[in-house]
Ligand binder design. Structure first.
Ligand code: HEC
Length: 75
């Protein structure tokens, strides 16, 4: 799901495309809460859409967690 829906902008390997890279190295300095908020509410003024109609806070946190660990074969 993440690879397909997020990959359309962030790149299939999440290295970035239209959106910024979502690799552990790029997210290391950011907070889980902040990233969760970006996912749920989108980022105003950019193409990043809000996902809150589709996913819960728990799911958004799970995604952040996975992204920080590095997605399997997202290298
Ligand atoms: C329509 C294109 C698009 C889609 C689809 C999309 N994003 Fe984004 N996303 C962006 C853009 C553009 C940015 C960069 C915003 C900026 O420049 O600050 C971004 C930024 C982010 C950030 C913040 C990164 C940072 O370094 O601060 C996260 C986290 C993120 N997206 C996660 C996701 C997740 C998870 C999904 C799938 C549920 C997703 N995005 C789907 C366009 C998209």
């Amino acid at each position: 799901m993440v690879r397909n829906d997020c990959g359309s902008c962030h790149g299939l390997t999440l290295k970035g495309g239209l959106g910024s890279p979502l690799l552990p190295e790029s997210l290391r300095d950011k907070s889980v809460i902040g990233l969760r908020e970006v996912i749920l509410r989108g980022r105003t003024g950019t193409a990043m859409p809000p996902w809150s109609p589709f996913i819960s806070e728990k799911e958004a946190e799970w995604i952040v967690d996975q992204l920080m660990k590095g997605f399997p074969d997202a290298h």
